[in-house]
Design a protein. Structure first.
Length: 184
């Protein structure tokens, strides 16, 4: 029996040939994972594994990126069920990702220590942490008055570098790609 996962890689630059979807898929397949697919070109790799040890898979992948492709990238795994639980939380309520509102999910490798109740607005900022779990936070940025890198800089300063962020739209794209794969 296999489980479905997505590997979320931090800091992938699609313009770097070593970080291309083709290379990411090749290395992931070389590690023995099955039904390997990528979602957009920012380091989202959907695959199946007989292993159910996310930490072990993360470590194996991080070593392979360095050895096979010559780059380091924090790799964070989530199962299909994990992503579905996040969607079911409806953390953004009726907000929609669009030109004036940027919805971002930040995934952490470990546990996040939250700074207060939700919603929370860092002082003087045009973004809000609207919800959180033990290992994710959900932020909304008013893009009329602020830019998304501002929130990403705040996230890193607050929670460290063992995090990576995806738009809420990308989370749905990943789930759709996972649904396209038949699990045996």
């Amino acid at each position: 029996m296999t489980s479905q996962f997505v590997a979320l890689l931090r800091g992938i630059a699609p313009s770097n040939p070593n970080q291309s979807n083709e290379n990411l898929r090749r290395v992931t397949e070389g590690l023995g994972f099955e039904n390997v697919r990528t979602v957009i070109s920012s380091g989202n790799i959907v695959f199946e594994s007989v292993s159910t040890d996310p930490g072990g898979i993360e470590a194996e992948m991080e070593t392979a990126w360095q050895q096979e492709l010559g780059f380091e990238s924090t790799t964070i795994l989530r199962s299909r069920a994990d992503l579905q639980r996040l969607v079911d939380l409806e953390p953004f309520g009726d907000r929609e990702h669009g030109p004036e509102t940027y919805l971002l999910t930040t995934f952490a490798k470990g546990r996040l220590e939250h700074q207060g109740d939700f919603p929370y607005q860092p002082e003087g900022k045009d973004y809000w942490v609207v919800a959180g779990t033990k290992s994710e936070i959900f932020t909304v940025t008013d893009t009329v008055h602020s830019q998304t890198p501002d929130v990403m800089n705040w996230v890193e300063a607050t929670f460290g570098k063992d995090v990576t962020s995806r738009t809420w739209l990308t989370v749905f794209r990943i789930l759709k790609r996972m649904a396209d794969i038949r699990v045996e």
